[in-house]
Design a protein around this ligand. Structure first.
Ligand SMILES: NC(=O)c1ccc[n+]([C@@H]2O[C@H](COP(=O)([O-])OP(=O)(O)OC[C@H]3O[C@@H](n4cnc5c(N)ncnc54)[C@H](OP(=O)(O)O)[C@@H]3O)[C@@H](O)[C@H]2O)c1
Length: 394
């Protein structure tokens, strides 16, 4: 069994979510002593957080929501685990020394903690793509200044990262991000107009948190990933291709100048890219179902349909426009997805609200963190107004 050569101290931001729980499961299955937990952070799921903190003997457990602190204290008080609450405590937890940090908070609210972890160095495994989308320059500058290593956890970017190993970026012709196509891959537009949150949350391939499940259904997730790839790999948008691949066996590919295409394959299970990031630059054993190529038999690839999935076009346009456009895109999308989950916005209106918000807010170039956070807030307010005009009640 592959063992890591050194024990690692680990902090998990977003420990109670889908990515956070998968990360903890991998550490639990690893050799005893391979990982030590420094800090665990959640928003308000005290039950899961307390159970994780006890099981892994974490040094610190933090809830972002002040109202959840009493519950955390009741669960963990007097057990030798430091406890804290509030957004500032989340940032302090991210800034505590650790060899490896998982950034798995959902949404742009994870930005400050992503920056804090990068500023103190070590390795940051980035699942929280929204922070890179809304503040790419700040995130990359914080990594450079802190001497941090930024590893992609998104399965597509992790796949591309693996396919890039040892090759010169100058030789890259393009990268390919695959998409399962989500639950409505083959639905006609008229039927997509009737989609409910329950239907959209039932992803056919991946098991994920609510927000990314809806993003996958609209394909905004792939749009955010194009922006993420442009910044992680320093590529222009026209060298990042998206292909719908229903089997979800190939996660990402790199095409080189000599015509070679390198691909990374695996079962659609986030534990594989997380294990890659956890062990990097080594490899660790992970009890994940193996891909059965004979049973799989065929691999299909299609171009995405721009009419039924306009989010992809919007994200590419925001990336090309640059400045504050990706921040606006992301904030409007988070707002619209939230309203859809509350049944206050129709499925097809998610992309429409994002488009309207981008059209309403003037082009700008926010300088620095506070300007980005202010733009994010403006975009959320504008998106809420746009959604109000389209609102309906079920
Ligand atoms: N799930 C996947 O397979 C997958 C794959 C690739 C990338 N990603 C990315 O990874 C990130 C997490 O996704 P997920 O599916 O794991 O989400 P999730 O299941 O919804 O979990 C979100 C986590 O963030 C915490 N959180 C929410 N708001 C917070 C706040 N204000 N402060 C601190 N913590 C907060 C939640 O705590 P509570 O539980 O207390 O609410 C939870 O631990 C997203 O950016 C997503 O795009 C996910």
């Amino acid at each position: 069994m592959a063992k890591l050569s050194m024990a690692r101290s680990v902090s998990i931001l977003g420990a109670t979510g889908s990515v956070g729980r998968s990360t903890m499961a991998l550490m639990e299955a690893a050799a005893p002593g391979a990982f030590r937990i420094e800090a665990l952070v959640a928003n308000r799921d005290v039950g899961t957080l307390a159970e994780q903190a006890r099981r892994f003997r974490a040094r610190l457990a933090v809830v972002a929501d002040h109202a959840a602190y009493a519950g955390l204290k009741a669960e963990l008080g007097g057990q030798g685990i430091e406890l804290a609450a509030g957004p500032e405590a989340v940032i302090e937890a991210a800034a505590r020394p650790a060899d490896w940090t998982m950034a798995a908070i959902v949404g742009a609210v994870g930005l400050r903690s992503t920056l804090a972890a990068l500023a103190r160095g070590g390795t940051l495994a980035l699942a929280n793509k929204e922070s890179l989308v809304c503040a790419a320059e700040l995130v990359l500058a914080a990594a450079r200044r802190g001497g941090a290593t930024l590893l992609p956890v998104d399965s597509e970017h992790n796949a591309v990262f693996q396919c890039l190993a040892g090759c010169s970026p100058a030789a890259i012709e393009k990268v390919v991000l695959t998409a399962s196509g989500g639950p409505f891959r083959d639905w006609p537009l008229e039927r997509m107009a009737t989609v409910t949150p329950d239907q959209a949350l039932r992803h056919p391939v991946w098991s994920m948190g609510a927000k990314i499940s809806i993003d996958s259904a609209t394909m905004m997730n792939k749009g955010l990933e194009v922006i993420e790839a442009a910044h992680l790999f320093g590529l222009p948008p026209d060298r990042i291709e998206v292909l719908v691949h229903p089997q979800s066996a190939v996660h990402g590919m790199v095409q080189y100048a000599d015509g070679s295409i390198l691909a990374q394959l695996g079962t659609p299970d986030m534990r594989t890219p997380i294990a890659h990031a956890l062990a990097w630059p080594e490899r660790m054993a992970a009890e994940i179902p193996r891909l059965d190529l004979v049973a799989l038999a065929r691999l299909e690839f299609f171009a995405p349909d721009p009419l039924r999935f306009p989010a992809l076009r919007l994200a590419r346009a925001a990336l090309l426009a640059g400045g504050g456009a990706p921040t606006i895109l992301n904030a409007a999308n988070e707002t619209a997805v939230g309203l859809f989950l509350e049944r206050r916005l129709r499925f097809l209106d998610i992309a429409a609200v994002v488009e309207d918000t981008l059209a309403r807010l003037p082009a700008c170039r926010p300088e620095g963190l506070e300007a980005i956070i202010a733009l994010d807030a403006d975009a959320r307010a504008e998106a809420a107004r746009q959604a109000e005009a389209r609102a309906y009640a079920v």
